[in-house]
Design a protein around this ligand. Sequence first.
Ligand SMILES: C[S@@+](CC[C@H](N)C(=O)[O-])C[C@H]1O[C@@H](n2cnc3c(N)ncnc32)[C@H](O)[C@@H]1O
Length: 289
Amino acid sequence: MAVSKDCLRFFASFIEAEIGIVYTEVNYYQLEGRLEDIAKHLGLKDPIELWEKARNQGITGTLKHLLIDIATNNETSFFRDSNVFHAIRAIVQKAMPTNAPDRPFKIWSAACSTGQEIYSLAMVLSEMKDLGYFYYTLLATDISERVLKRAQDGCYSELEVSRGLTQAQMSRFFKNEKPTVATDDPHLTWCVRPELKAGMSFMKMNLLEPFRGLDRYHLILCRNVLIYQTVENKKKVLQKLYDHLLPGGYLILGGAESLIGLFDALEYVNIEGSVVYMKKDQRAESTPA
Ligand SMILES: C[S@@+](CC[C@H](N)C(=O)[O-])C[C@H]1O[C@@H](n2cnc3c(N)ncnc32)[C@H](O)[C@@H]1O
């Protein structure tokens, strides 16, 4: 049976309200293909039956996870936009003198996808730790449970590790053997060594919802996710990210993303050729009495 526009509109509205990603009529054909996959996965005949189920039983549980999953783009790689990691090294170096066990450097990878970003950060910090003690915590969040589970597992295919890692990093930080976690994919044979997960935590989080239970961070990476959001959503998320930055802390966006015309409370800084945004440290600016 042909899938009606009403059916597609119904699912598109749910996706937009839930995660802010907009399907317009131009890309309804994509949505239709993806709904067909979900219907098949749930043992239903077609998107029409899926629509009936959603209207009768509501969109919860597995159906909700599957819809969020099909709507998100999870493209990522190790050391994506490698210049950014030169900037991060410089930021960390600057923080070293004030670093202490009770004042760890706190980093949040918001929208971490399958984890390559958070492990790239952990590799940078581990390599820098060779220079002396450095205390840090790493938080990785994403809205998709599927990618978050993969991030937490930390197991990658040959193709994934070949995108961005050097041989030296592969042998130092990964084991190449049978997956150390339960997975259906036999190709995920490169698993991060447990030491790389030190100080790391994972949490499911929708950037469009209130940031409950979150700390304030020295560095937040929110890369290649706001690009898919409306201007209004971008502004709301940026305000919340700002609130969760420590004074003097940094926000890094994706290479094609910018704050221009969206948010002016953060200061533009060029570090090692990369654009990063800094929250002004009012305390540093105020003159002592
Ligand atoms: C293209 S990936 C970017 C991954 C990584 N930050 C990078 O730049 O390589 C975008 C990620 O954003 C997540 N995402 C999309 N909408 C989100 C939302 N509203 N809240 C949290 N995460 C979201 C997706 O699940 C996806 O894993």
